[in-house]
Design a binder for this molecule. Structure first.
Ligand code: AP5
Ligand code: ZN
Length: 217
């Protein structure tokens, strides 16, 4: 199954991706995660990406498309993949269409998580992440079962993303609202778009996504 999860920053892409990759055993390809790993290791690509990410801007298409193409060439994607956060504009979508056509790995479905932008600032400012395994939590909506301990790996150290600062969040939302809208029509035209109401409990959103994916099989 070749899938794409779309949605504005904070819509719940990463949260829902955790469930999907666990259930379907496909690799999770998040361009945001790839950039953060490169930034942490201070690679030339990471240093370049950081200039954009810190301002809440999109990283230039040539950098982003190249990364995804290299990742999709890896054999672990032959049986399916879950893209999260790519494509984010029409040029990226066309580039993905070209590269996946050549590889025989075209998208089967696009899941668009719809959330009222008004709630997203609250979601992003309350987010915290396990430093060891990357599992995502929220101070109100998704607390670890045991306070201060990661449910997934048992670690005790968490951090907040540097781009979750209020000023950066505002710009991320503005930039993404503008670039995301045309993508919805792009995938609607191709007949593979499925929208879910992401403004509900995490488990309810998961159930809806699961229903869509079960019908694809
Ligand atoms: P990226 O890491 O992809 O960030 P994003 O798109 O801004 O999305 P987030 O990861 O912030 O949100 P999410 O939807 O995954 O939400 P989450 O599940 O964590 O990209 C970062 C940056 O990299 C970009 O700004 C850009 O600069 C660059 N970049 C990446 N891809 C690019 C591309 N293709 N082109 C160019 N540049 C690119 O949930 C958020 C919080 O809400 C969590 O705390 C969670 O616990 C909570 N939550 C989740 N669901 C619910 C729910 N249903 N109810 C209540 N709380 C919930
Ligand atoms: Zn963890």
């Amino acid at each position: 199954m070749n899938l794409l999860l779309m949605g504005l920053p904070g819509a719940g892409k990463g949260t829902q991706a955790e469930f999907i990759v666990q259930k379907y055993g496909i690799p999770h390809i998040s361009t945001g995660d790839i950039f953060r790993a490169a930034m942490k290791n201070k690679t030339p690509m990471g240093v370049k990406a950081q200039q954009y990410i810190d301002k809440g801007e999109l990283v230039p298409d040539d950098v982003t498309c190249g990364i995804v193409e290299d990742r999709l060439k890896q054999p672990d994607t032959d049986k399916g993949y879950l893209l999260d956060g790519f494509p984010r504009n029409i040029d990226q979508a066309k580039s993905l269409e070209d590269m996946t056509r050549k590889m025989g790995k075209e998208l089967d479905a696009v899941i668009n998580i719809e959330v009222d932008p008004k709630v997203l600032v609250d979601r992003l400012s309350g987010r915290f992440i396990c430093k060891n395994c990357g599992a995502t939590y929220h101070k109100l909506y998704k607390k670890p079962i045991v306070d201060g301990t990661c449910d997934v790996c048992g670690a005790h150290v968490f951090y907040q993303r540097s781009d979750d600062k209020p000023e950066t969040v505002k710009n991320r939302l503005k930039v993404n609202e503008k670039s995301n809208a045309p993508l919805i029509d792009f995938y609607k035209d191709r007949g593979i778009l499925h929208s879910v109401d992401g403004d509900r409990d995490i488990a309810d959103v998961s159930k809806d996504i699961d229903k869509i994916l079960s019908n694809l099989n």
